[in-house]
Structure formats: C-alpha cells, structure tokens
Design a protein around this ligand. Structure first.
Ligand SMILES: [Zn+2]
Length: 559
C-alpha cells in the first residue's frame, strides 16, 4: 500500500506490497534466538528447497528467498553447487565491530530515490555504507549479496527498517556507533525538539566541518527544479505545517506525504552529513503523480506548483474533497471569500461599466488557499535607464482588490471581493506578474513594496462583531517571500535578448529574527528592509498571535 510498482521493470512486479510486508517481518524475526534458530532454519530450509523450483520459475527466487540462512547455492537441478560464504546470525565473538571502519560517511547520500542500482526496484532496498549505492535484498542471490562478494563491501543499511547488516555473512550489527547514519536516513525529532526550533538559535557542522543552520540549508537544483525548491523551502517554514510533517506518523500515508515529511525533516536535521538537501525523491513522486506536469527537468511556475501540491498534499493526509477544514493544509491556509457579482448589461455605458447598479447582486462565498493580487498595468515604454522606469506599488494598494468596494470586470460581470472572518493562520499571496495571450508571455516588472511585519488585514475583511471586534487590526508578519528575477541570456541572436526565470526565496529565521535568502544551493543572510526590492511573486504571511481578548479566533488556529 505504501510502495508503488510503477517504476519497476515488469519482471519485478511479482512482488506485491503485501509480500513485501511479509518479507520485512521475516527479516525482523531473523535476529535469532540462537539455539532454536538453528533447528527452525533447517526446517525452513528444507521447505524452501522444495519451493525453490516453483518460485524460481517466476524469476523471483533472489527476492523471495533472500532470508535463507546458510544455504548453499543451487544450480538449475536444485543440487548444491559451490560452497558460499557461511551465513551467520551474529558476528564471531570479539569481532562485533568488524568492517565498521570501512564505512565512508562522506559518500552517503540518502536523498536520492531508493531504487536498486541493478534492478531499479524500490522494494527492500539497502544502501552499501562503503560506496553509497543502493541494492535490493540481502539474502543469497540478492543484489546486495552479490555486491558484497564482488566488491568486498560488507556493511549495509535497510532503507526502511534502518537495520544494519554485514554481508555476505548476513548478521545484524547492533553497534550504537551507527546511530548517526540511521538518523540521517530518517531524521526524527521529538515534540520538545521541534518546539525549540524557532526559539533557540542553533548551529550545526556537517561532515566536512562546514557550519550550517538547521532549517536554512541549500537545496539541490538537479536540472530545472528551482521553482519547486522555493515552494518547499517556504512551506518548510510555515510552522504548523512543518511541525505536522515532522511529528505525525506518515507510514500509512501515500508516498507524496511520506516523502515531503522526510524532506522537511532533512531540511531541519541538526546532525546532517552535508549542509544541503536534495529533493530528488519527492520530485520523482511528484513527476509521477502529476503525470510529468511538474518535473525536475523542466521549469514550471511556482504558483502553479504550489496550488497543485497543496491540493494533493491535502488529499494525501486524508483531507476531504468537499468538507472544509479537513486537513492540516486547509487548517493552515484556507480562508473564505465573498464574491458579489452583477451582469454588465447593454445599458451600462463604457465609462461606467464597473459601477454596481441598483439591481440584483449575486452573492457567493468561496474557499481559497491562495489569494491572487493583480498588478497595475506597467508602462509600455521604458527608457534606456530601464531601472528608473520600474514602477512601484504598495502591497496595501493591490490588496484593496479585497476591500469589497473596488469593482473589477470578470467575464461579463462586474465583481467585487471581500474576505470573511475568520482569516486563516497563514495567508498566501500570489502577485500576478505573468500573463499569457495567444502569442506571448508577458511579465509585469512592477515592484511591490511592503513591510515585513505588521500588515493589517482588517480593511479587507467584512466586519463581523460576533467573530472579531470591529476596528481591531488583524496583524500578519511575513515568513517567506518567493521572488522572480529575469536573467538576460547573453546571446547575439537577432530576436534580441532572451530572458530566463530565476527563482529565489527568503525565509525568516525566527530564532534569530533574521532573514535568509536561498537560491538552490546558495544560502545567505538578507536584510528584511530590502526584501521588497526584488520582484516578489509569492508571499507567506503569518497571523500574529495576540493576547487574550483581542483574538477571539484562537480556536481556528491550527494545532
Ligand atoms: Zn558498495
């Protein structure tokens, strides 16, 4: 249920998720109570010998029988052929740490999708702790077993159970000295540790002794996934969402939720081997789930991706398709909008098309996760000193779209919008810079100015004395800001200069009250006062918790 088969070669499809689970349990039992174990194993072995031909015909022998101990290799007739290394239930006495000094932590990178480097299966995968490669299975005839024989690499960790084994002998290593590796495979923090993330400034060092701040690490741009990186970085700094994915048990959830959870925990890992993360594993899943709409090889729009991701993440954690407030995603981001509309009739003259008339007004409410803000039209012409011509607009001006008074034209209607109480704990703004018509995609370079703190949202919300004291401000503070930069490609083509999009994100380090800018692997401190000088594209605002009395919406806060 938790693993999929889609990427596997057909011949591996015989192993259903159910048999895989059985196998894992099999392995767990394998840590032997020694004396009885021997009899039991012999018994199993006898049975399995009989099974062997039947199973081998399906080509699954290597996978299915990998837990056999001490068995000799069987040729096609089922006869024992050559003597293979003796399988052991435990290391020889006095050799408990044998081979552990061959582990090379610097080559270990558990961020890549766990696929056997030979079979490309994602089932029952082990990482070789000597060279870092992934291999399937650990029983005789398994890929990891062969790798141990061929390369003399002896120590392997199961990517799911995190148990470490020595191959080809096959015994489990119980040494505490491997805990750091197990932690990097799957970093887990306690509730108390997560609660301290935003309070205590922390510094860590990676294996190369490079200093890094957990939570503020670079993210690999494998090819063109910067649009994805900025969104994940921003979401990893939305505290209730982050905490949920760091602390909740995702083991029965779809891969999308599991892999996002792992990535968030890796971003905040205080004991990482390297000071950046790679989103490869999550991206592979997203490419699959979105039918390649979002991939690591082609740049997409961060807002398109964010909308897709939030909706799919919502479903992946059990959210309802119809019921509001049914997942952490909705609890954090979802708000309600009132839309009033009136058809523009023929008698409305051109200049006054948008003035609401004394006629029926249709009123609807609508749920939102992201609020779109429109930029005023940018001047058509720019002089040689382009910079001087870049227009600016305050955030509060474009927010007035939601003040319930400013009419706009939509389809054949005039419409006006207003937010309704309660506002969500986090507001996401999409500053609409790009427009596409049949021929070209156009960019509006207008700079939006904003303070990073104390944005009052009260003017855009319909008063409702039962929900919130009228006249009281509703403060929001910025936690993440995704910016666009148009980088001109230097080429001498006749068409002129081509622009490429570069995405960055600035996130707030709450423990230090500082801003950190991240562009893929590049991480640097930034000044809050100058964040607005870039082309802001998406903003994540956090509702400020205020003292009892002023905030009557405490119960809507996400836990
Ligand atoms: Zn190896």
């Amino acid at each position: 249920m938790t693993k999929r088969q889609a990427l596997e070669p057909l011949e591996n499809a015989v192993a259903s998720p159910a048999t895989k689970r059985a196998r894992v349990e099999d392995e767990d039992m394998e840590s032997p109570p020694s004396i009885n174990g021997r009899t039991t194993n012999r018994h199993i072995m006898a049975l399995r010998r009989q099974d062997h031909h039947r199973i081998d015909i399906t080509g699954a022998y290597g996978m299915e029988r990998e837990d056999m101990e001490g068995v000799a290799a069987l040729d096609n007739e089922g006869n024992a052929a050559i003597a293979l290394p003796r399988r052991q239930a435990a290391p020889e006495e006095g050799y408990t740490d044998l081979y552990l000094d061959t582990i090379d932590r610097k080559v270990l990178d558990f961020d890549f999708e766990k696929l056997c480097s030979v079979t490309l299966s994602n089932i029952n995968v082990y990482a070789c702790l000597v060279c870092g490669k992934y291999y399937q299975g650990r029983g005789p005839k398994s890929q990891a077993y062969f790798h141990a024989l061929e390369e003399g690499h002896h120590v392997y960790v199961n990517m799911e159970t995190k148990k470490v084994y020595v191959l080809p002998e096959g015994y489990e290593v119980l040494s505490k000295s491997l805990d750091d590796i197990k932690f990097v495979v799957d970093p887990r923090m306690s509730k108390e540790e997560v609660a301290r993330l935003d309070r205590e400034p922390k510094v860590s060092w990676d294996l190369l002794n490079k200093e890094y701040i957990p939570g503020f690490v670079g993210m690999n741009n494998i090819k063109a996934n910067d649009y994805f990186n900025v969104v994940v970085q921003a979401l990893a700094h939305v505290a209730p969402l982050r905490n949920y994915f760091m602390l909740e048990n995702m083991s029965t959830r779809p891969q999308l939720a599991q892999r996002f959870s792992t990535l968030v925990r890796k971003i905040w890992n205080p004991r990482a081997f390297k000071s950046h993360v790679s989103p490869h594993e999550l991206l592979q899943e997203i490419a699959l789930r979105s039918s390649k709409r979002f991939s690591l090889t082609e740049q997409s729009d961060p807002i398109d991706f964010l909308s897709w991701f939030l909706n799919n993440l919502h479903l992946a954690v059990g959210g309802s398709k119809t019921k509001p407030n049914s997942s952490i995603v909705q609890k954090v981001f979802q708000g309600t909008l009132k839309i009033e509309s009136q058809e523009i009739t023929a008698r409305a003259d051109a200049g006054d098309r948008l003035r609401f008339e004394d006629a029926a007004v249709k009123t609807e409410t609508s749920k939102f996760l992201v609020l779109t803000l429109d930029l005023p039209a940018a001047p058509l012409f720019q002089d040689a000193l382009e910079r001087n011509m870049i227009p600016q607009v305050p955030l509060t001006t474009i927010l007035s779209k939601y003040n319930g008074m400013q009419p706009q034209e939509k389809m054949k209607n005039r419409v006006r919008y207003r937010l309704l109480h309660p506002l969500p704990p986090y507001l996401v703004f999409h500053i609409k810079r790009f427009s596409k018509n049949k021929f070209v995609s156009e960019r509006n370079p207008t700079i939006v100015t904003f303070p990073v703190r104390s944005l009052d949202m009260a003017p855009y919300v319909e008063p409702n004395p039962k929900a919130y004291p009228p006249g009281e401000p509703i403060w929001y503070d910025l936690v993440a800001n995704i910016t666009h930069e148009a980088v001109k490609k230097k080429d001498d083509s006749v068409e002129g200069e081509q622009e490429t999009k570069v995405w960055r994100v600035q996130v707030r380090d709450r423990s230090r009250d500082e801003w950190v800018g991240v562009q893929d692997l590049f991480v640097e401190k930034e000044r809050g006062e100058t964040l607005f000088t870039k082309e802001s594209y998406a903003q994540f605002w956090e509702r400020r918790r205020v003292g009892v009395g002023a905030n009557t919406e405490g119960k809507t806060k996400a836990s």
